[in-house]
Design a protein around this ligand. Structure first.
Ligand code: Q9C
Ligand code: ZN
Length: 649
């Protein structure tokens, strides 16, 4: 099951026929250039290529009024003068005699993509379309959008496939008010949008684009901006606009193409990996094409390149996130623990009061260039099958049905392994030493790039010693930043230098403690809520701040994580670790080894099941740790400093 790419050249037919600077950026070249780069990079050929079909009028009726569909159909026969006159009745819209055909292809492409993913013909995919859709409303064109492609896809998934929970993630720089209006009273479609707002001074200049718009009626709480696991969607639709990317003349933001690789890979942890992206905006041709390639490569399973730039959140982003949290708290249990995240009142950064001027007319404009000049590092790493080193024969049963094979490379020479094992008596006996020889082979294989990741099982009593040797060997081979996430009763090696090369995170049945900036111990979360805040609020921000060259994940004695939790932990950590992971487990847990191997291979994790709130002890432990660590690890900041909120008070 691969990645579908839905496209039709006819969608390049519509274009602006008169002078209108506002609409001039929505050009046929947007699609042509993106397709060209996909071909050049050999990515189109790796996809399941589907030719877009037109949506039927009945399908358009899932979202749009018959009168509006008839109005758009009528534009096929209009002359330039009449087209221009009709276009002027809408905000930022132009019609062309081929608009109706293009817009039906764009809508049809989104429907086809959903059909391909929900019937299992593809695991995920992207529809490269124009005109875009997310500003389009039941009976109105708006912002270059004619039919709402993503809304139609969501409605189709509900009505034709019987889905009950669909997440729409809108990363276009503009608020998709059309999608918000269509689903604002529908709890089955959770609409998440981030967008430039400028306290109401950025197009489309709407009060209802602010954080306190949360939906209405039964849909209260389903128009949102929130961390995503609790909703547990069955399908993820992405309104994939790339006008939020660097160089875009419309958005004027700074998101690099790499950002879209990371966003996409994080979303792949949801809905069994069923992610359908549909193009929206994006008006800088190279930046658009580069970002489209990053998205497709990630959907195909390639590992993302590193995120360039300092890992420091910006204050105004923190303010925005806080007001969203405050506005959503009444609707989502995950926001309700007062200790989990400090919260300001919803009015704190609302449009009343502190109106900031828009940025000066000529902001930082940079031509889109891959931020890293070295092409080897500028593009995602192709997927590499994880190596599997197992000592228990029955473990293989859990792996082979999915096509993951044990790697046959020769283990280390016994004498050499013995030298590395020397301090540990437990490694002297046969089985433990045999496992160690394979683990060392795996460490070397990962570090010299033969494999991307690997999983190894060792006899339980030898786990801690094997981990110690693994760490020493990795540092010896020149790893600069080694992240070790140790779940269960495992101690940090005593003689490990606290020099910033190793970040050690213990998750175990002990009190929260920061033994140093690079040695953190947190308690085991009992509830799903605690587990998610632990990963999303602590482990991931630390991993992004540290930017490891290698991640070692160990599940030791009484680690207490059920398999789906361990699976999600590894899946999410793969993103900041960019797939460079060595997982160590006890050989008595073949089932766990199997599921982790599948995660390293890129399969989506299973659902965590019903949500349960974190205990207040656990929430307090997280608050304590954040307080201890956020001075050094800036990615942990969740609140803007009070001085920003009220100067002088
Ligand atoms: N003078 C999409 O990205 N321009 N539509 C507003 C204000 C309209 C954007 C400029 C932007 C429409 C799909
Ligand atoms: Zn846009």
């Amino acid at each position: 099951m691969g990645t579908a790419l839905v496209y039709h050249e006819d969608m390049t037919a519509a274009r602006l026929l008169w002078d209108d600077p506002e609409c001039a950026i929505e050009t046929p070249e947007r699609l042509a250039v993106a397709m060209e780069l996909l071909r050049q990079r050999g990515l189109e050929q790796r996809c399941l290529q589907l030719a877009a079909r037109e949506a039927s009028e009945a399908e358009l009726g899932l979202v749009h009024s018959p009168e509006y569909v008839a109005l758009v159909r009528g534009t096929e026969a209009l002359g330039v003068g009449a087209l221009q006159e009709l276009s002027a009745q809408f905000d930022a819209v132009y019609f062309h005699p081929s608009t109706y055909h293009c817009a039906r292809l764009a809508a049809g492409a989104a429907l086809q993509l959903v059909d391909a993913v929900l019937t299992g013909a593809a695991q995920n995919g992207l529809a490269l379309v124009r005109p875009p859709g997310h500003h389009s409303q039941r009976a109105a064109a708006n912002g270059f959008c004619v039919f709402n492609n993503v809304a139609l896809a969501a409605e189709h998934a509900k009505q034709r496939h019987g889905l009950r929970r669909i997440l729409v993630v809108d990363w276009d720089i503009h608020h998709g008010q059309g999608t918000q209006y269509i689903f604002e009273d529908d709890p089955r479609v959770l609409y998440f949008s981030w967008h430039r707002y400028e306290h109401g001074r950025f197009w489309p200049y709407l009060r209802e684009s602010d954080a306190d718009a949360v939906g209405r009626g039964h849909g209260r709480g389903f128009t949102v901006n929130l961390p995503w696991n609790q909703f547990d969607p069955e399908l993820v639709l992405v309104s994939a606009g790339f006008d939020s990317a660097i160089g875009d003349p419309e958005g004027q933001m700074q998101a690099t193409p790499e950002c879209f690789a990371h966003l996409t890979q994080l979303l792949l942890a949801l809905a069994g990996g069923r992610v359908c992206a549909v193009l929206e905006g994006g008006y800088h041709l190279e930046s658009l094409a580069e970002s489209v390639c990053m998205t497709i490569q990630t959907l195909l399973g390639d590992q993302p390149p590193p995120l360039p730039g300092p890992m420091v959140p910006c204050q105004s982003a923190l303010e925005s996130i806080q007001s969203v949290r405050a506005a959503q708290a009444p609707h989502w249990a995950s926001f309700q623990h007062p200790a989990t995240v400090p919260m300001l009142s919803p009015s704190y950064s609302s449009s009343e009061g502190r109106l900031l001027p828009l940025l000066p007319a000529e902001p930082v404009y940079k031509a889109a260039a891959p931020s890293c000049p070295d092409p080897l590092h500028a593009h995602p790493l192709a997927p590499v099958c994880p190596a599997v080193v197992l000592t228990a024969p029955d473990a293989a049963v859990h792996l082979c049905p999915r096509g993951i094979r044990q790697k046959g490379a020769a283990p280390w020479e016994e004498a050499e392994a013995e030298a590395w094992a020397r301090p540990h008596e437990v490694l002297a006996q046969g089985e433990a030493l045999a496992a160690l020889r394979k683990v060392l082979r795996l460490v070397d294989g990962i570090l010299d790039g033969q494999v991307n990741s690997g999983i190894a099982a060792t006899p339980a009593p030898a786990l801690s010693a094997t981990l110690d040797v693994t760490i020493r060997r990795s540092l010896f081979l020149g790893v600069q930043r080694l992240l070790c996430v140790a779940v269960g009763q495992l101690d940090r090696p005593l003689d490990l230098a606290d020099d910033g090369r190793t970040l050690w995170l213990s998750i175990r049945d002990k009190q929260a403690a920061t033994l140093s900036t690079f040695h953190v111990s947190m308690p085991l979360p009992g509830a799903t809520g605690g587990f998610l805040s632990c990963i999303l609020g602590l482990v991931l921000p630390l991993a992004y701040g540290f930017q490891p060259d290698l991640l070692v994940v160990v599940l030791g004695p009484v680690h207490g994580l059920q398999d789906p939790y361990a699976a999600l932990l590894v899946t999410l950590l793969r993103v900041p670790a960019r797939g460079r992971i060595l997982a160590l487990v006890e050989e008595s847990k073949p089932q766990l080894a199997g599921i982790l191997a599948r995660m390293l291979h890129g399969e989506a994790p299973p659902s965590l099941g019903p949500f349960s709130k974190a205990s207040s002890e656990f929430a307090q432990a997280l608050v304590y740790l954040r307080g201890q660590l956020e001075l050094h690890w800036k990615m942990l900041q969740v609140a803007a400093p009070p001085s920003v909120a009220s100067p002088g008070s």
